[in-house]
Design a protein around this ligand. Structure first.
Ligand code: AP5
Length: 216
């Protein structure tokens, strides 16, 4: 299974990518998580990306494209769910060229959407387990004990870019730089549109049904 998950911050891309990875073994490749790992180990790429991420802006295309190429080379042969990549037309064109070189076809580009008020509420109430990326939400999916992961018992943290003012920038950046990809992939005939406002399990069911229908 080879999918791209597209949609604004907070639409549920990461939540659904982790579910698809668990059920179908298609590896979740989250450019946001990869960049946060680079920052945590203070790599050259991590320090180049830091300021952009703190401001809620996109990291330059050239850095992202080379990071994705290395990631796919390291995990050749497995399916994938691209979570948060591509995010610009330049990234999408580079990814198309890479897929052609590898002889891989996409099973679909899934667009999750939700309104700005919901997205802002979800992001500002999100808590993450930094050890494995699992997310909770104090409004819709709280942990049993506030601030503690249900499964590994370790602390949950809030992402620095989930502050209200940075969330507003991220949503604006999505509208200006990433939303044009909706028309790009619609023109390729691969776009699958899913209502991201539905409960998590309903979103998963709709997504799996739509991907299977496309494969028939
Ligand atoms: P990244 O980490 O990719 O963040 P994002 O795209 O802004 O996406 P999020 O992780 O915030 O949202 P999501 O859609 O995954 O939602 P989630 O499932 O967590 O990127 C961070 C930064 O890295 C960028 O700003 C940029 O600087 C840089 N970057 C990354 N990729 C880049 C690229 N390709 N090019 C350039 N720069 C790049 O859900 C959110 C919350 O809602 C959670 O609490 C969850 O529990 C809850 N929730 C999810 N689904 C539902 C539902 N159906 N109902 C109710 N609650 C739900």
């Amino acid at each position: 299974m080879r999918l791209i998950f597209l949609g604004p911050p907070g639409a549920g891309k990461g939540t659904q990518a982790r579910i698809i990875e668990e059920r179908f073994g298609a590896r979740q490749i989250s450019t946001g998580d990869l960049l946060r790992e680079h920052r945590a180990r203070k790599s050259e790429l991590g320090s180049q990306a830091e300021g952009f991420m703190q401001r809620g802006e996109l990291v330059p295309d050239a850095l992202i494209i080379s990071m994705i190429e290395s990631e796919l080379d390291a995990h050749a042969g497995t399916g994938f769910v691209m979570d948060g990549f591509p995010r610009t037309i330049a990234q999408a064109e580079a990814f198309d060229a890479l897929l052609t070189r590898k002889g891989w076809a996409l099973d679909g580009v899934v667009l999750f959407d939700a309104d700005r008020t919901t997205l802002t509420q979800r992001l500002t109430s999100r808590w993450t387990n930094p050890r494995n990326g699992r997310t909770y939400n104090t409004l819709s999916n709280p942990p049993r004990v506030i601030g503690i992961d249900d499964e590994d018992g370790g602390p949950l943290v809030q992402r620095e870019d989930d502050k209200p003012e940075t969330v507003a920038t991220r949503l604006d950046v999505y509208e200006a730089q990433t939303k044009p990809l909706v028309a790009y992939y619609r023109a390729q005939g691969v776009l699958i549109e899913i209502d991201g406002l539905a409960p998590v399990s309903d979103v998963t069911s709709a997504l799996i049904a739509a991907v299977q229908k496309r494969g028939e």
